[in-house]
Structures are given as structure tokens and as C-alpha cells.
Design a protein around this ligand. Sequence first.
Ligand code: AMP
Length: 284
Amino acid sequence: MTSTLLPVARDVPSLRQAVAAWRREGRSVGLVPTMGALHEGHLSLVRTAKERCDRVVASLFVNPKQFAPHEDFERYPRDEAKDAALLASAGCDLLFAPPPAAMYPEGHSTSVIVANVSTPLEGEMRPHFFGGVATVVTKLLLQALPDIAYFGEKDYQQLLVIKRLAADLDIPVEIAGCNTVREYDGLAMSSRNAYLNPDERRVAGRLNVLMHDAIKAIRSGEMSIAEAEADAARHLIAAGFTCVDYVAVRDAATLAPLTSLDRPARILAAAWLGKTRLIDNLAV
Ligand code: AMP
């Protein structure tokens, strides 16, 4: 890995100073929020940002507020030097990597809660999660005030939550969703894929294939939506998944349950391989 001279801001005033200097030059600014352990999915967001924005800031912050006490906050992979080199190679102009005390100083008491679209699916399985995400993303949007902020469709429900909060709070930032980048076998790239052992990794690729199968079965009329959801969950267990949190076909805009494909729909799934939880989704 080559070393990098990517500038790093550690606190909000330094971030704002850098963005203000660009603004004075008339530059447009893109923001790519991440939790680090970067892979091609993250880098595709940076490259996409660079297509429309003169300058791109990536943030690297493993947000303690979106992890429950029993989750993987402590063991979440962290390698800032490697991430910085990857970001520089993708065209990023500034890394914002604040310590937790810069994001949540003593006395921090405000949370952002997005109703409705936060409630089902991930909201049921990880009740603390979207409150933490919505709070940190609101802060990042207001700290950087970019023209456009980029998020992956990989975390589809999260993308809907962020679009909602930006609209509801009148944050003057365009929220752009970007395609999911996948491995050779269709597995969605994720920092958490690093937890998988070789056997689990082989099984992991089935998630995407079985979601495609469910879409085909519904579209052809071979199965109802409910039948295809249950069938996919059964096949995931048969393939070697330890537990299935959900396989669900939902309204693509609201995540409300559907009984027929009478509007744009999304299939979303979450399943466990040992101690690793994978999520994925596809347009139906
Ligand atoms: P994370 O570091 O996992 O919080 O992800 C940071 C951003 O990268 C989020 O907007 C994710 O949706 C996005 N992202 C993660 N994995 C992928 C992927 N495989 N393809 C595209 N975007 C992704």
C-alpha cells in the first residue's frame, strides 16, 4: 500500500474550514459517510461523487450510537492508514475522521428519530440502529454541508431513512443513492464479510442467488409473494445459513408489505452465518 498525503480533519471546525475554502473558490462538494474498513463499494461512492462534485470529503467514523451493547462495535475492523490510501487513490480530497468525543462531546443529548420507514425490518431486528444512524448522518450533513451526499443501496432501508430525514429537516443537501457493488458470486461487498470463514464465505453467495430466484418465482406467477418469501427463507437455511431474520418483498418507497406487484417493489433480506449478519436487497 502506498503512503498518502490525504489531508485529515479531526474536528468540525477543521472540516468546516476546508469546505469553506473550497466554497470561496466556487467548488461543489460531495460527502461520502463511511465506517471505514473500506472496499470497492465505498470507493465506488467516492468515484461517483467525484463525477459530479469538484471536491469530495469522506468521513470515517465507527458510530457507537448505532451499535447495541451485544453487537460488534469493539471488533468492527479498523485500519485508518489503509483506508486513507484507498480514498486518495479513488480521488477523495479530504478525510474527516473525528474521535468519538468530537462527535458526541460531554453533554450531547439530541437524537434524530425517523418514524415509519425506520420501523419494519432492520428497525424490528435492531431497534437502536436507525436512531444512531439518523443522528450521526444528520450531524455529518450539517457539519460538512455538501451539495450532494452519497449512500449505497446496499443499505436500502438506511437510504430511505436518510432521504426522509433530509427532507423532513430541510437539510439543503441532495441525497444520492448508488448501486450495490458485488463480489464475483453476487455477494454484496461489506466490511463485515471479513468476519466470514472460508466455508461461510462459500455459503454467503447463495443469499443473492436465492433473492433472484424469489423474484423470478413471483414475477412468473409460480408463487405468491408470501410463498416466495417463505421459500427463500427455507432455502437459505438449507444452504447453510444459521438463522434468517427476514426475507421480505416490500413497497420500494415506504417498505409497506405487498400482496401483489402493483407498484415498484424491493426484496430485502437479512440472515446470519454463524456470528455474522448479512443484509442484501434487490429491485423486484
Ligand atoms: P458503511 O461503512 O458500511 O457504513 O457504509 C458506508 C456507505 O457505503 C453506506 O452508504 C453504504 O450503503 C455504502 N456501501 C456499503 N457497501 C456497499 C456496496 N457493496 N456497494 C455500494 N455501497 C456500499
